[in-house]
Design a protein around this ligand. Structure first.
Ligand code: T1G
Length: 708
């Protein structure tokens, strides 16, 4: 038998243990091993029933995602594939009990559903998350799940991809018993009880398949929800089709339809992109020059300086992870205001059912407001989130240097300032790091972690680890202006404004990028963030602008008219009391007038041009960042854009998107824009090089990296 699967005995009960760490994925050898074990169980007259269990921390977490590339290239699944194995289990004359803990996902849940019974530990999660990888279940999940859980829940689970916990799974009928205490012992006991009962096959349990009338309502609602909540994604709709097939066709035919949809999805650009994202999210945690086993600093107590929007959000994030946090402000009024905002945010979370009141009360107890630095000597980590000005930040850091204990991490939430200069105001720059949270900090998943010249390895490793604990995705970046995300966002927004100045409408620019999949159009983002922010910075830096190089002007002109965006009720759009955007013909007229004064010729602008100008501006700057070593890998940039800037995951991120277009094509277009618009469009040398060599960003590693 394969080493990945062991067969042992406990009296008349056979025990099949799947042992393929870390998550018992169904890698080559695992299905074969299970199949052999079932064959022996079927033959052995002394075996009355069997238990199938996962070794280590989980039951099976699904198919081996690394195998998908091979399948795409047309290879047949190794062995006979999963479907025949699942039939073999289901057809076994002896009861087979699936004993589940950890995460039974994808092929793991499909395997479990082929058993005659399922028992699970209380914390177990069960789900069909395939849509998150741009595919649909491929081993009968869409056919067996509705037979156990009913059509409505099966559609939801397969189309949205979210797991259910054991207690819900029990209520739904997916599992038959929850086992408190030792899972194996409980499962063996259960197997003894059912050993003499006739086996029941999930595929023959049709009672929950509903009527055509009921189902048509369910499927219509599911398609509607998928189009809204998973806008632009193809897999959720395919998953709904597959479950629908379960309700309309015999089991074998339904499986064939599922398989067809699976193959179609697997070969799509969306699934390639989403699988890139799956591995990318894990790769960004790996920092090549920091050993995996570097000692980290336990963070059991924290402090935040500044109770504004960012500081308050950061305090919530720390409290949500169970870390007590001191929250300091300079004066009582600001502190009260900050706390009121925190309470309001928590109240909204309770209203929306995200947290219970009890959870919120506990979290609020962990946030201790203060006007002084007393108590800071206890903090393992301090996050500074005061107003964005170098002098003030330096003052705060020199104060922290005086009050904090040796070994405490001193982090700055700056989004624009030089972390080395901030660190220079302390006697311990090796403990200073940037933690650039995104607004609202308690919601946005991205954390840009900025490595200063002297930041120590253990400080970086601790902060990366803390990000995970806070439910964030930490990406390490170098210390350049705007870091990675905002540095790229700048040319992206610049082009969106240029396009409007050249004759595109505000609505056309935003709609084109929204239809591409961005969460919001760039101009609407400006209105949300406040147009005055960039305006103020540009006014300060006007003396640095190169004469003769075009600067976007329409946004600044709007600010001169008091149109700062949503907060003033008008920016690129007008806003009603509910902050809903309304087109404003006045903006079009104003921009046309300003363009005429500036001598900018007006023309028809195609959606292709809007896309290429905005997206390739992102890519060209991303290429520079990569080459200069401010991001470790192209995938780091992708993960930043997906989690902080609303780039659609199914397009893999800006650099992956560029790779799918092809570096050569992107380069040619950038050269064309350079001829039309001048030096702002000078192609990044790395883009030129990759284009010449026909290579991809995904394969590029900088020789010299500022971040490693
Ligand atoms: N295949 C290959 N590698 C996997 C894997 C998988 N299914 N799941 C995890 N890994 C690797 C991961 O890359 C990482 O590697 C390590 O395991 C630990 O993971 C036929 C079509 C199970 C909840 O989508 O959601 O079944 O970085 O860091 O936080 O219909 O992993 O250490 O080298 O994420 O404890 C469906 C995907 C597949 C589940 C554990 N299954 N995995 O989280 O650890 S499609 C999934 C997860 C399918 C069938 C089909 C999570 C986890 P490395 P980790 P974790």
């Amino acid at each position: 038998m394969s080493e990945l699967v062991q067969l042992t005995r406990d009296g008349g009960i056979a025990i099949v243990t799947i042992d393929n760490p870390p998550v018992n994925a169904l890698s080559p050898g695992v299905p074969e091993g299970i199949s052999e074990a079932i064959e022996q169980i079927a033959k052995d007259e002394t075996v009355k029933a069997a238990v199938v269990i996962g070794g280590g921390r989980t039951f099976v977490a699904g198919a081996d995602i690394k195998e998908f590339e091979r399948l795409r290239s047309g290879a047949r699944p190794r062995g006979d594939g999963m479907l025949p194995l699942l039939l073999q289990i289901e057809d076994c004359s002896k009861p087979i009990v699936m004993a589940i803990h950890g995460t039974a996902l994808g092929g793991g849940l499909e395997l479990a559903m082929a058993g005659h019974y399922r028992v699970a530990t209380p914390g177990t999660q069960l789900g069909q998350p395939e849509v998150k990888l741009g595919i649909v279940p491929g081993a009968g999940g869409t056919q067996r799940l509705p037979r156990l859980a009913g059509v409505a829940k099966a559609v939801e689970m397969c189309a949205e991809g979210n797991p259910v916990r054991a207690d819900e799974a029990f209520k739904l009928g997916i599992i038959d018993q929850i086992i408190e205490g030792d899972l194996l012992a409980g499962a063996v006991g259960f197997a003894r009880e059912v050993a003499d009962s006739p086996t029941r096959k999930t595929r023959e349990r049709n009672a929950k398949l509903g009527t055509p009338e009921q189902n048509s309502v369910i499927f219509a609602a599911a398609r509607d929800a998928a189009r809204k909540k998973q806008r632009g994604m193809t897999a959720p709709l395919a998953a709904i089709d597959a479950v629908e097939a379960a309700t309309k066709r015999p089991f074998e035919e339904g499986c064939r339809e599922e398989r067809r949809l699976f193959a179609e999805c697997l070969n799509s650009d969306q699934s390639k992109a989403l699988i890139h994202v799956f591995f990318g999210e894990r790769e960004v945690a790996k920092i090549p020059d920091i050993p995996k086993d570097v000692a980290t600093i336990p963070v059991t107590s924290a402090a935040v300086v500044g109770a504004g929007t960012m500081g308050g959000g950061i305090a919530m994030v720390l409290a949500n992870a169970g870390i007590p946090v001191l929250l300091k402000e300079a004066d009582q009024a600001a502190l009260d205001q900050g706390l009121a905002k925190i309470r309001k945010n928590y109240a909204t979370s309770v209203e929306r059912g995200r947290f219970t009141q009890g959870f919120v009360d506990e979290r609020l107890k962990l946030i201790e407001p203060t006007l002084r630095y007393d108590g800071f000597e206890r903090a393992d980590m301090v996050v500074e989130a005061v107003f964005e000005g170098m002098a003030l930040k330096k003052e705060v850091f020199s104060q922290l240097d005086r009050v904090c204990k040796a070994g405490a991490i001193l982090a700055s939430n700056t989004s624009t300032l030089n972390i080395d200069e901030i660190a220079s105001s302390t006697s311990r720059p090796e403990f200073v790091i940037g933690t650039h949270f995104f607004s609202p900090a308690n919601v946005m998943r991205l954390l840009e972690i900025v490595r200063g010249k002297k930041t120590g390895n253990e400080v970086i490793a601790t902060t990366m680890q803390l990000a995970k604990k806070l439910g964030k995705i930490g990406v390490l970046v170098g210390n350049c202006r705007g870091f990675v995300g905002n540095r790229m966002f700048h040319p992206y927004v610049r082009e969106s404004v240029f396009l409007v100045e050249e004759g595109a409408t505000v609505e056309a620019v935003d709609k084109t990028l929204y239809d591409f999949g961005m969460a919001m159009g760039p101009l609407a983002v400006g209105d949300l963030a406040g147009l005055d922010v960039g305006w103020r910075i540009r006014k300060e830096h006007r003396h640095l602008e190169k004469p003769g190089v075009r600067q976007p002007m329409a946004g600044d002109r709007l600010c001169e008219l008091g149109r700062y965006g949503q907060k003033t009720g008008a920016g690129w759009y007008k806003y009603d009391e509910k902050r809903r955007a309304i087109s404003d013909p006045e903006v079009t007229q104003l921009v046309r007038k300003w363009a005429a004064e500036a001598g900018i010729p007006q023309r028809q602008i195609s959606t292709d041009e809007i896309l290429d100008r905005c997206l390739f501006a992102l890519v060209n700057e991303g290429a520079r960042i990569l080459e200069e070593g401010y991001a470790l890998r192209a995938v780091d940039i992708d993960i930043i854009y997906l989690n902080g800037y609303g780039f659609p995951a199914y397009r893999g991120g800006p650099m992956w998107f560029a790779d799918t277009v092809g570096s050569g094509k992107v380069y040619d277009r950038v050269c064309e824009f350079e001829r039309q618009h001048g030096e702002l469009w000078r192609p990044a040398p790395l883009l030129a090089q990759l284009a010449k060599q026909g290579r991809r960003f995904a394969d590029f590693r900088a020789e010299h990296s500022v971040t490693a």
